[in-house]
Every structure is written in C-alpha cells, then in structure tokens.
Write a protein that binds this ligand. Sequence first.
Ligand code: HEC
Ligand code: HEC
Length: 201
Amino acid sequence: MVPAVGLLLGLLGLLVVAACVNRDAPADVDALTICASCHGPTGVSERYYVPNIAGQHYAYLVKQLRHFRTTHEAGDMRENATMNWHAVRMNGADIDRIARYYAGQTCQPGIHTWTGGELNNACTACHGSRGLSRDPAIPNLAGQQVYYMLRQIMAFRHDENAAANRNSHCSRSNERMGKAAADVCGDALLSAYYFNAQGCP
Ligand code: HEC
Ligand code: HEC
C-alpha cells in the first residue's frame, strides 16, 4: 500500500515537473498556433491592423522580434503591448525558427487595385518599385494592410517627436524610416495604397 502511494506521489510529482518544464520550453507547434491566431496560418493576415508577415525578409523579421523584446532599452525599438508580450517569451532559437517559417511563405496582394501606373518616389526608392525591397533590412510592403502601414508611419513619427509620447504604446524608432516618416506629406497615404495593390512573384 505504502509503496503504491509513494509511486503515485512520485508520478504526480513527475507530472507537475513536466507541466512546469513544458510551460517554459519553446513549443514549436504551440508558438506557431498562437501567432497564426492573429497573423494567419501562413502569415497572411485577415485583420486590417495585423501585418502580413508571409514572404517577409528573414533578417527583417528577426530584427523586429528583437525590437519588440527590447522596447526602449537599446537602439531601434518597437512598442506594441501585444507583440511586446509575445516577444519576451521567445528565445533566440524560437525567433530564428519562426522567422524562417514565415519568410518561406508566399505573400499575397492586398484588397486594393491600382490603375495609376508605376509609382516613383522616396518610398519606392527604399522599399522597391513594386514594394519588394532588395535590402533585407528594409521590409517588403507588397500586399501589406493599408491601415497597418499608416499606423506604423505614425509610430515612427511618434518616436521622432519625443519622450512625451513614450506612454502611447505605439512608438517605433529607426533612423532611416524615422527620417522618411518625419517628412511624408502626401506620399505616405498614396504609397500605402500603391503598395497594398502590388502582387508578389
Ligand atoms: C493578438 C494578436 C497577435 C498575436 C497572437 C501575435 N501577433 Fe504579431 N503582431 C500583431 C500586431 C497587432 C502587430 C503590429 C504591431 C504594431 O503595430 O507595431 C504585430 C506585429 C508583428 C511583427 C512585425 C511585422 C512587421 O511587418 O514589422 C512580427 C514579426 C510578428 N508580429 C510576429 C508574431 C509572432 C512570431 C507571433 C507568435 C509568437 C505573433 N506575432 C503573435 C498581433 C499579434
Ligand atoms: C531611406 C530608406 C527608406 C525610405 C525613404 C522609406 N522607408 Fe519605410 N522603412 C525603411 C526601413 C529601414 C524600415 C524598417 C525599420 C525598422 O527596422 O524598424 C521601414 C519600415 C517601413 C514601414 C513598416 C513596415 C512594417 O512591415 O512594419 C512602412 C509602412 C514604411 N516603411 C513605409 C514607407 C513609406 C510609405 C515611405 C515613403 C513616405 C517610406 N517607407 C520611405 C526605410 C525607408
């Protein structure tokens, strides 16, 4: 009887340990399932405020997930309550694996159509004439959600504007894009629609 109880307690103990270890361990499938609930199973989002990440540059995705982890602590940073929460729960290996997965998916054109011919401005100079950039540190914008893009531009401007905005939970810093966002005038809106309408090869 006593050995049986001991065995049972031992097994229970193992289960508790296993549950605790599981919660801390990076869980491949679970992590991706959580991401998919917002970003879609292949990184094509159906929500206007959630970015598409399918086919995005691997280096850019890694950089963003790191920015979300560090927020204001170092260099470039990015503040968003949801993504800050997720990113601090990911280790370097999770970030690498998940970024590889989404970079390998195929991006989709957005919902808008564009009949104005090819756009040629400061935005396309960096992000590519059709929203596919050659520099892996500059994100592809082809097919990206319009609202999301405009919100990011506001976030870059927020950061430009000072510490007073730091509790807005919507700020982002980057030297190159910060400068571009500070001087957008009409180009940002126009370009967001243009990029959304572009397809992916
Ligand atoms: C509850 C919804 C939600 C979940 C779950 C979620 N995200 Fe996000 N994600 C967002 C939103 C909203 C943004 C835009 C944040 C902003 O405005 O800065 C975002 C931004 C991102 C970006 C930046 C994309 C870009 O173009 O710069 C990456 C990368 C990303 N998420 C990856 C992930 C990964 C990986 C997971 C799973 C571990 C995940 N997300 C889970 C909502 C979510
Ligand atoms: C000098 C190069 C440069 C120019 C010009 C530029 N960008 Fe960017 N842009 C970047 C870089 C670099 C990033 C990524 C910043 C980071 O790592 O956080 C970025 C990020 C973005 C993002 C966020 C994308 C995402 O997935 O989160 C949007 C939207 C954007 N740019 C739109 C524009 C628009 C619209 C214009 C024109 C008004 C423009 N950019 C001009 C370099 C540039």
